[in-house]
Design a protein around this ligand. Sequence first.
Ligand code: 4NP
Length: 166
Amino acid sequence: MNNNSDSMRILFVCLGNICRSPTAEAIFKLLAAKNQLNVEVDSAGTSAWHQGEMADHRMRSTAAKRGYKITSLSRQFQRNDFDNFDMIIAMDDQNYHDLKDKAHTKEEENKIFKMKDFFMKLKSDHIPDPYYGGAEGFNYVVDLLEDASFGLIQHIKNLNDHDAAI
Ligand code: 4NP
């Protein structure tokens, strides 16, 4: 973020961009709007396996039951995402390391975060991939992403307060 009037641009990243990161995008967008935070939000996958597809139907229906509408289409992470976003947030360690491998500069590396580091109440090493599991896995993803999104909102508010104070 360059100054107070700029919006913070946030990109959530998982493997397929059909389960975890589109859900993070939908949850965080709604929460940011409720908190009147000026943000731009998107999501991407480290793979192109599901390029152009809607999010997984199980993920969409689980999220919808919890009040979140997932509308994004899958796309692969691109090198220019390092220019277009301020924070690039990985769902698990593999995503994190794949992103680090793509970074060319320290500045790009410093934009990469792990979603788990924003948990407020819940604890998990990562946001687990629900793709090959049962229904409870999809609900758990929403639980974890809601909790971390609250933490991320708080993190951004703190940054804004800090910027306003100097
Ligand atoms: P995501 O989940 O990374 O949360 O979108 C996955 C979706 C698809 C596959 C793996 C993970 N897949 O193997 O196709």
